[in-house]
Design a protein. Structure first.
Length: 282
């Protein structure tokens, strides 16, 4: 079982000069990967990050989103092209960093929509992603579309819609990314959803109901792990937890992280690792 943890558990500076302590802590606790968000492309030094990861024997993964003016499902063809170019640039950054996967909301801007998405927009997003996926295949980077709750997207807010867009994209480089926080909001039968997604599931992410420490909140994450194991999931198990003071203010605002949920990143990482080892078997 390979394990991954979001760099924000320890802080918001993911530059080569600052990432070392985060990578050291993650490796010491037993994680195989650390997720580096691709937020401001101009601030990212992929070659420098690659050196830091190689030095510590741990590998990077990435997450990425789309700004509002780069919606790949929009009717405006120029906007779709900007969105595709954004994703292709993210793929190049991931490749040069030594990453093999980008997860996250790769299919549209994050935020509460005023109305349901149209079928035409759904198909436009799928068509754009099909083209981007070819670029990803050439770079050796797979795409994992994260299912997020209905307050954050009108497009892929449950696993059934995620599987539907995979069918529409019809490309082997595109997979799903499930997150327990989001699933607990919008899945009527979350464990059945995990089982349905497992053949195309690249990333199963543990995220508590309040997005903080594993043993607080309303989700029995050990049981979620047992359910995933029982469904035959054997891919990467990720960890995500957020505390306001450990994020850049705009990032915290975008995720609606209003409180300081924890101060000790090592403890959070260790407790989530305990959950994984208990739920999946040591």
């Amino acid at each position: 079982m390979r394990t991954s943890i979001h760099a924000a558990v320890w802080g918001a500076d993911w530059s080569p000069r600052a990432i070392g302590p985060t990578l050291d802590a993650a490796a010491r606790i037993g994680y195989d990967y650390v997720v580096i968000p691709l937020r401001r492309f101009d601030d990212i030094d992929p070659e420098g990050l690659a050196r830091e990861f190689r030095t510590r024997g741990i590998a990077p993964l990435n997450s990425c989103g789309l700004p509002p003016d780069r919606d790949i499902g929009a009717a405006d063809a120029a906007m779709r092209r900007r969105g595709a170019a954004h994703l292709v640039q993210a793929i190049a950054l991931a490749r040069d960093m030594g990453s093999t996967q980008i997860g996250g909301v790769l299919y549209g801007p994050l935020g509460k929509a005023a109305e349901p998405v149209t079928e035409d927009a759904f198909q436009r997003a799928a068509e754009t992603l099909r083209g981007v996926a070819e670029q990803a295949r050439a770079a050796g980077v797979r795409l994992a579309l994260e299912i997020v709750n209905r307050y954050e997207t009108p497009l892929l807010y449950n696993t059934a819609r995620g599987l539907a867009i995979l069918e529409a994209i019809a490309h082997p480089q595109v997979f799903l990314h499930l997150d327990t926080f989001h699933m607990s909001i919008d899945e009527a039968r979350p464990f059945e959803a995990i089982a349905a997604a497992t053949p195309r599931l690249a990333y199963f992410e543990l995220d508590q109901s309040h997005r903080g420490p594993a043993f607080e909140g309303s989700l029995d994450l050990v049981n979620w792990c047992r359910q995933a194991a029982g469904a035959g999931y054997g891919g990467i198990v990720g960890v995500e937890a957020f505390s306001r003071q450990r994020l850049a203010p705009d990032h915290a605002n975008g995720l609606a992280i209003w409180q300081e949920r924890f101060v000790d990143g090592d403890r959070v990482a260790e407790e989530f690792m305990q959950v994984i080892r208990t739920g999946f078997g040591s």
